[in-house]
Design a protein around this ligand. Structure first.
Ligand SMILES: Cc1cc2nc3c(=O)[nH]c(=O)nc-3n(C[C@H](O)[C@H](O)[C@H](O)COP(=O)(O)O)c2cc1C
Length: 172
């Protein structure tokens, strides 16, 4: 079953986003392939964060997160945010970062982005669904999304099966 589903998921070829959050000035972010709009009115979006990721700890400790929609030119961003850990590596170094609603760190190099104010957290297994109201958005011009098929050379920084210990479930 899992192999068949994997081949279906490969054909779906999800677009990729980078999710960011900051807690008391400490910034974290990771590459995310699990994400979608969940409501039209109110306007809501959902990202699924792996419990193994440092970004999960930071994002679930604050009210707002940034969601950056990557374009076909953003392979470098996908490599940095998808293969390293924010606890040991400053993924924001050398980039222009602004502070969005709720202190969500926003990568200025990404023209297409939204900010979510969290409305729900749902345990889905090794990932947690973070649902939020879309409280800010920029970049209305069309773009070509970076998709999974373009980054098959990258290995995730954390295996989703490596769960954060329960003691680490909040960054606080
Ligand atoms: C193609 C690809 C898709 C990924 N999708 C997700 C995802 O949907 N959710 C998630 O939490 N992590 C996902 N990851 C894993 C994180 O981006 C990766 O483990 C990252 O290094 C975690 O960084 P952090 O520890 O700073 O949060 C994906 C990684 C890759 C390479």
């Amino acid at each position: 079953v899992s192999e068949v589903f994997e081949s279906i998921a490969t054909s779906l070829d999800n677009p990729l986003v980078v999710v960011t959050a900051a807690y008391r000035g400490h910034r974290a972010g990771c590459l995310v392939g699990f994400h979608t709009q969940t409501s039209i009115d109110p306007s809501r979006y959902c990202v699924w964060l792996s419990k193994a990721n440092h970004t999960y700890l930071v994002a679930t400790s604050v009210s707002h997160v940034g969601v950056h929609f990557l374009t076909a030119a953003d392979h470098e961003l996908a490599e940095v945010f998808g293969t390293r850990c924010s606890q040991t590596s400053d993924k924001f170094a050398g980039r222009t970062v602004s502070s969005g609603p709720g202190d969500a760190p926003l990568l200025e190099q990404c023209a297409h982005r939204i900010v979510l104010r969290r409305t729900a957290l749902v345990d889905c297994g090794d990932h947690v669904a973070l649902v939020g109201d879309i409280v800010d958005a920029c970049g209305s011009e069309p773009f070509v999304a970076l998709r999974l098929a373009q980054i098959t050379d990258l290995d995730a920084g954390h295996d989703a099966s490596t769960r954060a210990s329960s003691a680490d479930l909040r960054y606080t």
